[in-house]
Design a protein around this ligand. Structure first.
Ligand code: ADP
Ligand code: MG
Length: 404
């Protein structure tokens, strides 16, 4: 339990007049899932981070130079500052290069993106007609994957287009006319574009479902099934996530052909993250408790999760009134405002971001010191993904969950 006896610092800021409601065009079906948070054993929110011992430093079987990939791709990887593969990259890249279907399961923040992007870029270098489809549950994740794609494909004459909801569809249709090698998108918008005959998947022979379990969750399953039924008959399907359920595995087996399953979870999920609970006793004010945490100096860059869109807005506004620098991100905000809030947090213009689960999956935000679950997540999988926004790429992180 945390000691919250710190001095207050109450400066006031004007109340935001913006009202994001009635603007919902979002397809992220956060509210369609059953809320089961109350049933998660509280002890699962408590865990001391393991000290990484130097002797335990991971020794990959391969170096990037050892992979059968194009020299120019090796150069962009080195330029990006990756000196050796992470465990999932070490195991998955050879499998993907061999053209096999794959299920890649590895902790949050361990480099799954490059594990599929590097072999895909290599395929395209070998065959400029090659087409890849990357499907993600959120718009922000699609944009982030494109950014990573651009760093690896710099100067290689390979094109990628992002197609997500909340952005101008005509512009996306124009970009698709140039027949890009890679299309990165969210299921709803991809489906829209197919219906409008702006996107034809028949030549797409590589498909990635990033955050695969989320993609095959009830809100997305039908759209994803449709996409998979439209891609090339001879195709390679790649599923990546930090969590996977048996139930989903059954569905997966109908789409994939003899998939190689690679599981990198030698230690506990999220072993780099100190996890603890903050107990809210009756009569205690959660907002005051949060305030007392946030004024502590070690709470440098904090991602706070709220269960509802309205709650996220209200909490962020309340924090601003108390003098904190906070933004919010959730599905009722227009896409440009969502992207702007994320950018401000990434670039440290604000040090607090209040989010719904729309920000729980896949986002790679540098140096998030703390994740705070102001509301208990709906499922333990959601918890793993939420806290996985801190403690990424060998960094340490802290996650706190308010328990009422
Ligand atoms: P995941 O998808 O597993 O959650 P990401 O692909 O988002 O993880 O990667 C997490 C972070 O680790 C990113 O900032 C990425 O640039 C970095 N990273 C990935 N692979 C390597 C590597 N081989 N060497 C150093 N950093 C890496
Ligand atoms: Mg990822």
């Amino acid at each position: 339990m945390l000691d919250t006896m710190y001095k207050r610092n109450n400066t006031h800021q004007p109340r935001s007049k913006t009202n994001w409601r009635n603007k919902s065009r979002n397809r992220f079906p956060t509210n369609r899932r059953r809320f089961t948070g109350k049933t998660i054993d509280v002890n699962r929110f408590i865990n001391k981070a393991e000290e990484a011992k130097p002797a335990e430093a991971f020794q990959p079987k391969y170096l990037f130079d050892d992979f059968q990939i194009h020299t120019s791709l090796k150069k962009t990887i080195a330029r990006h500052g990756f000196s050796k593969p992470t465990p999932i990259q070490d195991k998955a890249i050879p499998v993907v290069l061999a053209g096999e279907d794959i299920i890649g399961l590895a902790n949050t923040g361990t480099g799954k993106t490059a594990a599929f992007l590097i072999p895909i870029i290599n395929k395209i270098l070998l065959n400029p007609q090659e087409k890849a489809l990357i499907v993600t549950p959120t718009r922000e994740l699609a944009i982030q994957i494109q950014e990573e794609f651009l760093t690896f494909s710099q100067g290689l004459r390979i094109s990628a287009v992002v197609v997500v909801g909340g952005a101008n569809i005509q512009r996306q249709i124009m970009k698709l006319r140039a027949l890009p090698n890679v299309v990165i998108g969210t299921p709803g918008r991809l489906k829209d574009l197919i219906t409008r005959k702006a996107l034809n998947l028949t030549k797409f022979s590589s498909v990635v479902l990033d955050e695969a379990d989320r993609m095959l969750d009830m809100g997305f399953i039908d759209d994803v099934k449709l996409l998979l039924s439209l891609v090339a008959k001879k195709r390679q399907i790649m599923l990546f996530s930090a969590t996977f359920s048996n139930e989903i595995e059954r569905i997966v087996n109908t789409f994939l052909v003899h998939p190689k399953k690679i599981v990198i979870q030698s230690r506990d999920t999220a072993s780099q993250i100190d996890q603890d609970v903050v107990r809210v006793k009756s009569g205690m004010n959660k907002m005051e408790m949060l305030h007392d945490l946030l004024i502590q100096s070690q709470f440098e860059k904090v991602l706070i999760f709220s269960r509802t869109k309205h709650g996220a807005d209200k909490l962020s506004r309340g924090l601003c009134q108390r003098g904190f620098k906070s933004e919010s991100i959730h599905g009722d905000k227009p896409q440009n405002k969502r992207q702007r809030a994320l950018k401000m947090f990434k670039e440290n213009a604000v040090n607090i971001l209040v989010a719904t689960d729309v920000a729980a999956r896949g986002l790679d935000i540098p140096k998030v010191s703390h994740v705070i679950n102001f509301d208990v997540p709906a499922t333990y999988e959601d918890y793993i993904h939420r806290i996985g926004r801190t403690g990424r790429a060998d960094q340490k992180g802290t996650a706190l969950t308010f328990i009422e």
